[in-house]
Design a protein around this ligand. Structure first.
Ligand SMILES: *[C@@H]1O[C@H](CO)[C@@H](O)[C@H](O)[C@H]1NC(C)=O
Ligand SMILES: *[C@@H]1O[C@H](CO)[C@@H](O)[C@H](O)[C@H]1NC(C)=O
Ligand SMILES: *[C@@H]1O[C@H](CO)[C@@H](O)[C@H](O)[C@H]1NC(C)=O
Ligand SMILES: *[C@@H]1O[C@H](CO)[C@@H](O)[C@H](O)[C@H]1NC(C)=O
Ligand SMILES: *[C@@H]1O[C@H](CO)[C@@H](O)[C@H](O)[C@H]1NC(C)=O
Ligand SMILES: *[C@@H]1O[C@H](CO)[C@@H](O)[C@H](O)[C@H]1NC(C)=O
Ligand SMILES: *[C@@H]1O[C@H](CO)[C@@H](O)[C@H](O)[C@H]1NC(C)=O
Ligand SMILES: *[C@@H]1O[C@H](CO)[C@@H](O)[C@H](O)[C@H]1NC(C)=O
Ligand SMILES: *[C@@H]1O[C@H](CO)[C@@H](O)[C@H](O)[C@H]1NC(C)=O
Length: 750
């Protein structure tokens, strides 16, 4: 818009400038005659080399006798015996000549005859004259010298009657007219008759011949009666003149060339001498010693598009177009035109400036936006508990591997902008996506749900907890991202899904052999024991369930989802918190008292064991109301001696009844209402480990049909360390020997 305005404005200014035209000025007259010499005679200008008085002309050939006319009132220039009418510096002079004639009386006697000689130094102009004969019984001769030889030409005119004759026509009837050849000098002409005008005498007694300037003579029939001239100057003749009878070259060689400064000598095409001509841009009389004078072209005013633009120079002039215009400014040249390139340059300049301004603005805008973004990221970082994390991490320094901080972009790219197809699962705390990092590492990215303060704390918890741990059966945290609105956690990718999936999917559960179940149970128990006893600060998972136990391709268990976990400060073994967990797995004691101990995890793990044994869900509405909870269902079945009825069919088929009973026994103890009655995770882990070792040794030996109401527990007590300080195993453990080398104890479950 602005650009357009600029263009229109300059265009308007241009139109105004162009339309201003100044009046023309007169040209100053240059001298024509020598100084102190009259330059005219009467009406006729006499330029040098001609002159009227001594010292004013070049030589006798150029003398003009300026005489009084017959009335004595006006002066007329006379050359030889003719009156000069005009002298031009282009090399012509005009004079009034006479016609040649021949007249007869009625009886054919020659009454009067005139012929005419012109013996001047010049040549008759062949371009400006014609030779004319008038009469009805007429032949006219023109004799001359041409190239130093004699020359003769003629023109004949005949007619019988005036009716044959037409006004204005000189085609040989009453009048004849011919062109004059080049280079004729010292010429004479004459009119004659064939038969002395007999037969035409009545209307034409005379023959006439004359040389006349073209277009100054128009034939009329009345001339046949007698050529009484209306005008005393008739007929006007034109002569070509030159300087001396020599060429430019010859004159230059003699170095008395007459051509003055800024003039050029040339040899005329019609015969006599050389001539001088002013150079272009100069004017005046080239034969004068001062030569030609510069013409002030600017005074004429019409050379430039605008008179003010004109500047005279020697021999030329310049016109300068004003600002925004270009061209030579001449009317005969290109004139002035809007300077498009300049305009374009300007427009481009302004455009560039605007563009730069725009870019600048954008830059500032972008900068501000970026700053805002950084601010926002900072805000998110803060909101997402970055500071809390920093603080917490600094409290636990040294005990952990550094957490990699991912940036938001990196993770966006890894998850294909959190594409739905990448969702692995949706948990209580957020959505888990499958992501591929730039390094081609497959990871699981947990995106927290809309962050409220509570969840942020959980998130931070998880980071802290996981950075505290390094166990093969605990999901490894690779890093986190705090820049986004919702915090993101990056885990190692566990390929095979959750234990819950495997247990409750019919196709998968059939593949889950007893051996695998025992392995998973053992590993999960080991991981929990590790969390409870072997980390620098004990960790209570608080949300142990099959959905939080992941399996990899080898069915290795990985405990995950530490969102609800708690670190227990060393001097506290109990923690009062808001009750949190998953129904079906929730420790009833904790539910009632709100007192959190690691035994809550033990209870939950008991449910997991029951789930592993029965393949039932932790909570199922398919069961009787009182047995909705798997724990009560399991315990009551165990009490009623219906254990084998509720065990997953495949396990029974595998024939591991003894071990199933052992594990059921562990589960039962874990599910004790009182936390005190439950074993520690360490004990559980040990016992399960012991069973696994036993299983390897005694596989296939157990008796499927051996009914036993007691469960016995095998444990490798040598690995047991009961005074852990943190763990408070209140359950008395009797140790059953499994062989000679291993002490054995038996526990009776009721
Ligand atoms: C000029 O012409 C006049 C009259 O025709 C004559 O008397 C006079 O002598 C002429 N002068 C010259 C210098 O020939
Ligand atoms: C021409 O006429 C003027 C007066 O008109 C006179 O003074 C002069 O002497 C005359 N010149 C000649 C050459 O007759
Ligand atoms: C003399 O001749 C020039 C051109 O040849 C013409 O412009 C000028 O009018 C003529 N002057 C007279 C007095 O005839
Ligand atoms: C013509 O001129 C001659 C000689 O002068 C004369 O004898 C004759 O009578 C003239 N004729 C006429 C018709 O006048
Ligand atoms: C011109 O030449 C013709 C033929 O040569 C001759 O008859 C005539 O007398 C000559 N006229 C003049 C004026 O010399
Ligand atoms: C030719 O013109 C003249 C006047 O200039 C006139 O008297 C005459 O009758 C004209 N002749 C013809 C044939 O028209
Ligand atoms: C022209 O005639 C004059 C005088 O009769 C003479 O002096 C001159 O040489 C002649 N010029 C030519 C070119 O015949
Ligand atoms: C002739 O022209 C040249 C260049 O154009 C210039 O320098 C010189 O002054 C001119 N001479 C005169 C007398 O004007
Ligand atoms: C005057 O200048 C213009 C342009 O500079 C040029 O075209 C022209 O030939 C020049 N004229 C003369 C007489 O030098």
């Amino acid at each position: 818009m602005m650009l357009l305005q600029v263009i229109i404005m300059t265009w308007v200014i241009g139109v105004i400038l162009i339309s201003q035209m100044a009046a023309s000025a007169a040209v100053a007259a240059a001298p024509m005659a020598k100084p102190n010499c009259p330059d005219r005679c009467g009406d006729v200008e006499i330029p040098y080399p001609f002159g009227t008085s001594k010292g004013c002309y070049l030589d006798q050939n150029y003398f003009i006798n300026c005489t009084n006319d017959s009335s004595g009132k006006t002066r007329r220039p006379m050359y030889e015996n003719v009156f000069l009418l005009n002298i031009s510096l282009e090399g012509h002079f005009e004079f009034s000549g006479y016609p040649a004639s021949e007249c007869y009386n009625k009886s054919g006697t020659l009454m009067d005859e005139m012929f005419y000689f012109v013996t001047t130094f010049g040549s008759i102009s062949y371009t400006q004259n014609v030779f004319v004969a008038v009469g009805c019984d007429t032949i006219a001769y023109l004799n001359a010298t041409q190239n130093d030889g004699t020359f003769s030409m003629g023109c004949m005119s005949v007619c019988q009657d005036t009716n044959d004759v037409a006004n204005g026509s000189c085609s040989g009837i009453g009048c004849c007219q011919v062109e004059i050849p080049k280079g004729l000098r010292n010429f004479s002409f004459q009119a004659r008759s064939f038969s002395r005008h007999k037969g035409v005498w009545k209307f034409n007694p005379c023959s006439y011949a004359f040389v006349v300037k073209k277009d100054t003579f128009r034939f009329s029939t009345k001339y046949l009666h007698g050529l009484d001239m209306d005008d005393s100057t008739f007929p006007i003749m034109v002569m070509d003149w030159g300087i001396r009878d020599e060429t430019c070259e010859f004159a230059r060689a003699k170095s008395d060339i007459l051509c003055g400064e800024n003039s050029t000598c040339y040899d005329p095409d019609n015969g006599y001498g050389y001539r001088c001509r002013c150079n272009p841009g100069y004017g005046g009389n080239p034969y004068l010693p001062d030569g030609c004078q510069d013409i002030n072209e600017c005074q004429s005013g019409n050379n430039c598009m605008h008179p003010e633009l004109c500047k005279n120079t020697m021999g030329n002039y310049t016109c300068s177009c004003t600002k925004w215009y270009r061209g030579d400014g001449r009317k005969d040249g290109t004139g002035c035109d809007v300077n498009l390139p300049l305009l374009i340059k300007m427009v481009v300049g302004i455009g560039t400036a605007l563009l730069m301004l725009l870019v600048g603005c954008f830059g500032v805008y972008w900068g501000l936006k970026r700053r805002n973004l950084i601010k926002l990221k900072g805000k998110f970082f803060q909101q997402n508990g970055g500071l809390m994390l920093q603080q917490r991490l600094s409290n636990h320094q040294g005990s952990m591997e550094p957490v990699r901080i991912f940036n938001a972009k990196e993770l966006e790219k890894a998850t294909n902008n959190y594409d739905k197809s990448r969702i692995l699962g949706q948990g209580g705390n957020g959505t888990v996506y499958r992501g591929v990092l730039i390094e081609n590492i497959v990871v699981a990215i947990k995106r927290s749900k809309i962050a409220d303060q509570n969840q942020i704390e959980q998130f931070i918890n998880e980071v802290i907890v996981l950075t505290q741990t390094n166990h093969r059966n605990v999901v490894k945290l690779l890093g986190c991202c705090l820049e986004t609105e919702v915090p993101l956690l990056v885990y190692e990718f566990i390929t095979n899904g959750t234990l819950s999936d495997h247990l409750h999917d019919k196709n998968k559960s059939s593949l889950l052999s007893w051996e695998k179940r025992l392995k998973i149970a053992t590993e999960a128990a080991g991981a929990l024991a590790y969390l409870h006893f072997e980390t620098s600060i004990p960790i209570i998972h608080r949300d142990v369930k099959t959905a939080n136990i992941l399996l990899d391709d080898n069915h290795t268990a990985k405990v995950a989802d530490f969102g609800a976990s708690r670190l227990i400060p060393l001097d506290h073994t109990r923690l009062t918190t808001l009750v949190q967990g998953t129904f079906g797995y929730l420790d009833p004691e904790y539910l009632c008292s709100g007192q959190l101990t690691e035994k809550s995890d033990v209870y939950s793990f008991g449910v997991v064991l029951a789930e592993l044994l029965t393949g039932e869900k932790a909570i199922s509405l398919d069961r009787a109301e009182s047995e909705k909870n798997l724990s009560t269902y399991f315990i009551s079945a165990l009490k009623d001696g219906r254990l084998l009825e509720i065990i997953e069919g495949n396990i029974i088929k595998e024939g591991n009844v003894e071990e199933v009973k052992e594990v059921s026994c562990i589960a039962k103890r874990c599910l004790s209402i009182k936390g005190e009655d439950r074993p520690t995770m360490k004990v559980v882990a040990m016992e399960l480990e012991g069973l696994r070792i036993m299983e390897k040794h005694s596989h296939g030996k157990s008796d499927l049909y051996r009914e036993q109401t007691e469960c016995s527990l095998n444990a490798i007590t040598s690995y047991l360390s009961l005074d852990d300080g943190i763990a408070n195993p209140s359950t008395s453990t009797t140790i059953d020997s499994m062989g000679d080398q291993v002490p054995k104890s038996t526990i009776v479950c009721r």
